[in-house]
Write a protein that binds this ligand. Structure first.
Ligand SMILES: O=C(O)CCC(=O)C(=O)O
Ligand SMILES: [Fe+2]
Length: 391
């Protein structure tokens, strides 16, 4: 690489708001505990492991675009490999002090970093400014669509202020010149193992990973007594409860609860339609949040089967809540959304949820078909890229 004066680059509006919203949907319906307190992440390998391989497709063109921009700016065309890709959300209390991104022996292969902001300061969260210790730009106020790229070395010591409210969401990528750290090779191998054995018809139904990946406690001790299940909490902060009809559920076994069929509850109403598990319900609910106001359906033709919650069901719901969400306030603080006009205008309606179930199914199965078609090309090229296929 030739010497470039400024070891960093800021690109406003690199991503469209549509791309930001889609990645927000992916994260909020799939995230697991992150690498520090109050941080949550969604990695591509996690998506593959939870039978949601198709959800890596929205990342592909963005990864390519970021790599091109980096290579162009730092004059290292065809030299870089994506080393790691993750959606990362920062909740109230999260921050990171002065550091470089290659500051651990096991991170020395990281040569460049890219951060794309997927939501916006003041609107979605407060706090969370990014700062460089020296040089320009000095501080970045996160705004959905903007991207920041910098070398991972000592020239870019940086920090992020504590988040004081809401949830700050980013897409973070690291790049390496060392091909042995190519993320694509690992992902192609995982995808091959997963997709080749899958029946295409049901290969988009999510399957939760081990329960401790979804267990969040502030001191990260992972003791079930304190903290909450992330999937459950994300539904709860949106105003939903979950009902599991199975008679012989063992309440103390969280891993068993995660794979049981569930029904959605809101207030005193239960939608009489089964989801294969809690992640399926969560994906549909976040799909509804993403597309809710634009779902192209004639809602008046839909007649959702909604039942009144019985006393017995209510007791079960309370019992489940006490296991999976034993500290209600804690969950609400961690996943609190700042009031925004956009969210305010989606008024809840079971018909729209039913419409979202079908629209989600359609979205997921289209992506699944697409990834099955693309994988052979990726295997051949040993690289993940946007394959132009005739529709
Ligand atoms: O999210 C950001 O603005 C930067 C995050 C960061 O510095 C890191 O994850 O190493
Ligand atoms: Fe960093």
């Amino acid at each position: 690489m030739s010497e470039v004066e400024a070891p960093r680059m800021f690109i406003p509006k690199l991503l469209s708001l549509k791309q930001c919203r889609e990645l927000e949907f992916v994260h909020k319906s799939s995230s697991t505990v992150g690498y520090r307190a109050n941080v949550f992440s969604t990695t591509l390998s996690h998506l593959i492991a939870t039978n949601s391989s198709h959800l890596i497709l929205p990342f592909i063109s963005i990864r390519e675009r970021l790599k091109e921009k980096l290579e162009e700016f730092f004059k290292c065309e065809y030299e870089l490999f994506v080393e790691f890709t993750a959606l990362i959300s920062w909740s109230k209390g999260a921050s990171i002090g002065w550091h470089t991104d290659d500051n651990r022996p096991y991170l020395k292969q990281r040569h460049f970093s890219a951060v794309c902001y997927l939501n916006t300061h003041s609107k979605d969260f407060s706090g969370g400014f990014f700062h460089f210790q020296d040089g320009e730009p000095n501080s970045i106020v996160p705004k959905a669509g903007d991207a920041l790229m910098y070398t991972a070395d000592q020239r870019n010591i940086h920090s992020v202020d504590e988040i004081t409210e809401g949830e700050r969401l980013t897409l973070a990528l690291w790049f390496s010149r060392d091909g042995s750290h190519d993320e694509d090779m690992k992902l192609i191998s995982l995808l091959s193992q997963h997709l080749l054995h899958m029946n295409i018809a049901d290969s988009h139904l999510p399957l939760p990973a081990s329960s401790n990946m979804y267990w969040f406690s502030q001191n990260q001790a992972s003791e079930n007594q304190f903290g909450f299940n992330i999937c459950w909490a994300r539904l709860h902060v949106l105003g939903y409860d979950i009902y599991i009809s199975h008679d012989s559920i063992c309440l103390s076994d969280v891993s068993e609860l995660l794979v049981k069929p569930v029904r959605l509850v809101r207030g005193n109403e239960l939608l009489d339609q089964e989801f294969v598990n809690i992640m399926h319900a969560l994906q549909v609910v976040h799909f509804y949040c993403w597309k809710g106001s634009t779902l192209q359906v004639n809602v008046s033709n839909i007649d959702p089967k909604v039942l009144k919650v019985t006393e017995e069901q209510r007791e079960k719901i309370i019992g489940l809540n006490s296991v999976l969400l034993n500290d209600d306030d804690f969950a609400s603080r961690v996943f609190y959304s700042m009031p925004s006009e956009e969210i305010g205008c989606i008024c809840f309606d079971w018909s729209r949820i039913v419409a979202a179930i079908a629209a989600w199914e359609d979205y997921a199965s289209k992506l699944t078909k697409k990834i099955h078609l693309q994988l052979p090309y990726w295997r051949q090229q040993e690289s993940i890229y946007s394959v132009q296929l005739d529709e």
